[in-house]
Structures are given as C-alpha cells and as structure tokens.
Design a protein. Structure first.
Ligand code: ZN
Length: 267
C-alpha cells in the first residue's frame, strides 16, 4: 500500500513536470528532455508519456532561414494595460516546428480537391509505432531502408537520424545538410513496406537534394502521413503507443501537431 502511494506520488510529480506545473529555475519545462522517468523499472510498464513535440521557441529553426522563428506570439490584450483578461495572438507558418504535411502540400490537384490536414486519418496518426535508429553515415536511401529490416505489418515508424545527434532542431539557423529520404528510399518504403506514418527528426522527411521528388513519392497515394520536426532525443528504440493530433485547419496543407509516445502496457 505504501509503495503504491509512493508510486502514485511519483507519477503525480512526473505529470506535473510534463505539464509545467512544477517550475524549474534551470529551464523552461518545454525544454525537458522528453523523458518522464520516475526511476523504477516498473514505470516503463505502466504508461509513461514521452512528449515528442518541440516547444515553439523564438530560436527554433524555420525552413530556409538563418533567423529562426522569431517573435511569433504577443499579448494583444494585456491585463497590465487594463484588459479584463490576457489574450495572445500568434503568427507562424503551418509547417513550423513539429508539424504534419497533407497531400495538398506538393500536389496542386490535391490542394484544389481539398485534401487538407482535416482529411488526415486519425487512425494512422494514432496506434502502435516503431522507433528506429537510422545508420548515422547515410541519407535514407533504398539501401538504408533495406538494412533497417522493418517487417511487413508495421504501419508507423519514427526515423531517428543524425539530425537528433546534431541537435538540429535546437539550432536557430536552418541547416541544409540534414538527413532525410532520398527519392529511392521513399520509393523503397512505398514498394516494400506497409508504413503509412513516416516521422522524422528535422523539418522535412525528404533530404534537401531530393526535396520535392521524395515528397511526391510519399504523398501521391494520399495514404501516407508525414510528420516532421519530431523531438526524439533520449528515447529508446522500440515499440510504443503513438498519439498525434493536428489542428483542424480547414484548407491548410500543413499543421502544427502534438505527438506523444506512451510505453506499451504489457498485459
Ligand atoms: Zn512540412
């Protein structure tokens, strides 16, 4: 009984930390490593929540810019200035930070036909997922994909790459040397796996040199969902329960998305 109480207390603290209830003098809670470890082996079996979305920061990288996101949020109505409540406004691209791409992103006909982020299948965005480490000396080519040996029947994969080791999402300046899918890697995935969810740890699933070709291969069928800019630091490779929810932005081909992993509960 005592152990249960201690465990509940630890879990409580853990959740408080995740949601920023516990303040820290060292860092904003959004800069947390993403781990919520209560320090017992039992915790892995009882449903940790690992936040794999990046917090929006003024110094987070944005596409093809050396300036970073910059000032994206301001108090339009401030209690300090006499408003009855604080009310913020914000402005940012829909492909900022951890975000999802809809088919209309790279196909004009899909954009005009309304294949926006609100048409994305929540069943693909939520379910079992595999986190794999991509060898650090390569883009995601057909050869690299083959070497990962991802079995048939796996529908969601989070690809962790050199981008995580290089902390690219923590650097203001956009870096074109990030790792992503080459066209042949994307085609290999489409032809040889059952993957419908592709997650990656920088701002594009596609390598800079194959930017549009790889996106076209992935999004042509409208069956594969791309989530970019994931925070995969300090998470063990393996199988998790993945939960991702985009905003219901009608007409938008991209959206910020909140993704978390939960440990598999072994019954
Ligand atoms: Zn995007």
């Amino acid at each position: 009984m005592l152990m249960q109480s201690v465990y509940v207390l630890l879990i409580g603290l853990c959740y408080a930390s995740i949601f920023g209830i516990v303040s820290s003098s060292e860092a904003h809670p959004g800069y947390d490593s993403g781990k919520c470890d209560v320090g017992t082996s039992a915790s892995r079996d009882q449903g940790r929540i690992l936040d794999i979305s990046h917090a929006y920061r003024e110094d987070m990288p944005v596409w093809d810019s050396s300036e970073g996101l910059g000032h994206y949020l301001w108090l339009a109505g401030s209690m300090k200035n006499g408003s009855i409540a604080n009310n913020s406004e914000m402005k940012m691209g829909t492909h900022t930070g951890t975000h999802v791409d809809a088919p209309g992103h790279v196909f004009q006909e899909y954009y005009e036909a309304g294949f926006d982020v609100d048409t994305l299948d929540l069943k693909i965005l939520n379910g079992h997922a595999l986190l794999v480490d991509v060898p650090r000396d390569t883009n995601i080519t057909a050869k690299a994909m083959e070497g990962l040996n991802i079995p048939r029947g796996v529908h969601r994969v989070l690809f962790r790459t050199l981008n995580t080791d290089r902390h690219l999402m923590w650097r203001r300046e956009f870096d074109t040397s990030y790792v992503g899918f080459m066209k042949d890697g994307a085609q290999w995935l489409v032809d040889n796996t059952d993957i419908k969810f592709v997650g990656i740890d920088y701002l594009s699933v596609a390598a800079y040199d194959d930017l549009i070709p790889s996106h076209l291969v992935f999004l042509k069928s409208k069956e594969i969902i791309l989530v970019e800019g994931l925070k995969l630091d300090d998470i063990d490779p393996g199988v998790y329960s993945l939960h991702c929810l985009p905003l219901r932005l009608l007409g938008a081909e991209g959206s910020p998305i909140r993704c978390v992993l939960m440990d598999q509960i072994l019954m």
